[in-house]
Design a binder for this molecule. Sequence first.
Ligand code: LMR
Length: 401
Amino acid sequence: MYDHIPAYPGDPILSLFQDFQRDAHPSKVNLSIGLYYDDAGRIPVLGSTRIAADRVREADAPHTYLPMEGLAAYRQGLQRLVFGADCAALAEGRIATLQTLGGSGALRLGAEFVKRYFPDSAIWISDPTWDNHRVIFSAAGLDVHTYPYYDAQTNGVRVDAMLAAFDALPARSVVLLQPCCHNPTGIDLTRDTWRDVIDVCQRRGLIPFLDMAYQGFGDGLAEDAWAVRAMTDAGLPVIVSNSFSKNFSLYGERVGGLSVVCASASASATVLSQLQAGVRRTYSSPPLFGAQLVATVLNDDTLRAQWENEVAGVRERIKRMRGALKTRLDAQLPGRAFDALVTQRGMFSYTGIGAADVDRLRTEHGVYLLRSGRMCIAGLNDANVDHVAASIAAVLGGAGH
Ligand code: LMR
């Protein structure tokens, strides 16, 4: 009966992670998937979430169903973190937010929402973007196009080409943007460019879909959400997917959210009801434990301050490792510019290392990057950075670069 089904070739990011876990190389380093490792090379359990977990366990409450939209305290904490406690749209009850299965679940529910209520709209994603963006939006039946983004010559953004592309879109087109820590390039829009994007979205009647998976890993929790808040304050009909996988180090708990900014409280109630219907027909209701952890931390002043410190520590460590790698590469490969390593933001860096060299890094040195040349800087630490730099120097130097 099932013989006609072709095998799934696997996901480029997740398959590589499995290969890494199986690899017996003694000094292997995982710089592929977006996981934050601490300086000891471990995926951390944050102190704030550990205390929250103790509290949840002590409360010993029944493991009942959450409502379709998720835990109320989680949704409120999420809204304040993403939109800011002083957000006018929040005070006016104009933001429909529901708890989702990570950022990916938010993208999928958002994609289905767009497909159902804007059937003639297509979505534009940056060139390049996270591989799974295209997969998720196509699976929901949307036409997916790209807009110009990365400029390999300048290691910056093709701002004029991007804005011109937006300016030519039909009304109600959806544009997917990343407010901070762009995956995979690490290159973000400046605030001036965001203002231009806001302008063109207003002029053309576009729907900005903001995917924020790394809040706090760039310049700060509020700073990284600046674009979300500016677009909301400008009155745009913003859709936001956000994830706590990275900034709470709660990957497997699937903690994310989808928010839709509406023009009125009644529109927001209606939109929320349809998002609830989307949940019911997909998985009924979201999981409890991760939401309890995040809600406990976000709604307790002391735990929240502790968590903010922990996120600041992560951010600083990533920046320090960017500098450490650059210093070593500058010394070993003089003449090649590695400045982008320290100007890019967040977990990822687009290194410009070609696929063949990426393969050599993996097979000869146990150093795992994505074949696009994307490196997860958050996998570097003081113990492995020398090996990584020497491996890159051996591969690039040897290849005659
Ligand atoms: C990544 O881009 O590596 C992360 O977002 C993890 C994933 O699911 O791909």
